[in-house]
Design a protein around this ligand. Sequence first.
Ligand code: SF4
Length: 409
Amino acid sequence: MIAPAATFPVPPAAPIGVYVHFPFCLKKCPYCDFVSYARDRAAIDHEGYADAVLAELDRRAEVLRDRELVTVFFGGGTPSLWEPRALGRVLAGVRRAASRQADEVEVTVECNPSSLDEARARALIDVGVDRLSIGVQGLDAGRLAFLGRLHDPEGGLAAVEAAIRAGVPRVSADLIYGVAGGAPAEQTARESADEARRLAETGVTHVSAYGLTVEAGTQFGELARRGRLPIATDDAQADGFAAVEEALGGAGLAHYEVSNFARPGHEARHNLGYWRGHDYLGLGCAAVGAVTGYAEASGLAHHAARWRNWVDPARYVQAALGDAALGDAGELLDPETRLRERIMLGLRLGDGLDLGVAARSLGLEPWTAARRRAAERLAAAGRLAVEGDHLRVTRAGWVFADGTAAALF
Ligand code: SF4
């Protein structure tokens, strides 16, 4: 595994987020390509998994040295299944290991409605959680069943309301649009907008809205390969995207990233860290981390190490509690690769990115002749706004954001 050098060239107190992966769900959804395994709550070794993550943290604690911890994100999987006491032990360990912490460290837990009620939300607050991201996904019973979800529309809304009632300061909900199955007809833009509006009315401060994508290696992927999955057309997806944007905008949630909407000040800070290219320490089974960690003297300044832990939970736990490798060899990211990733992710943001700042922070010049020509071409086509070194995908060009970014590589 690639290990960051002991001397870090990153500026003192550079921001860092910590991601903790919890790899279990009550049931595997047919569209899901995250690393998650179906497991009953009682069959999970809650404390044992926390012990393993804390043991890994001990081994990687150097990464947190001299950086400012700004966010902790428990993702999955379904971390709301994890006993709050065990999750809280991990959170406390992370905070202890961080030599500096932001004034308000954002601590998010991803939840499913089937494992979240008011008592659990309070228990999570008690251990230091201040943000819940709830997988509501939809408010139509037939489509939720098609998506293989364990909850119905009432259950989704009840979970959001329980979180708000418990006093969770920031509550986000996930929504999927462009679902063609589970109801007599393809989901219309108007139906997607209605669901978004009803979700916003609950008082959530953030919504992540995604078009349904079909990934190879999932149950849906296999059905699609055999031509047996109803799939929304690209036009229906684009109409759903526009309708959700309009509905959430009307409800006071600004569209700040391609798939994300927030009331002012309620943007997802952890994800903003990814989009802005900040370092992150990944902990847990299948977790990914990416850390700038090479000393100037090594000749690898501005490079980063990226690793992924073993995806099999038993193998991960055994490795973490022993002293075996936590995953296979990581990769070394050179500055050019990192800049391309910064462009790809930064252009997903409504504010765009400052190419000059991003490039120079990696020791690179922002403009090559080819990139300049591509930017001029994209600007002329109305897809990109260019002001000095600042790049932003135009509203009309948002559906082409990934292609626009790739053209600037
Ligand atoms: S609940 Fe979420 S992580 Fe778990 S299988 Fe379903 S989509 Fe995947």
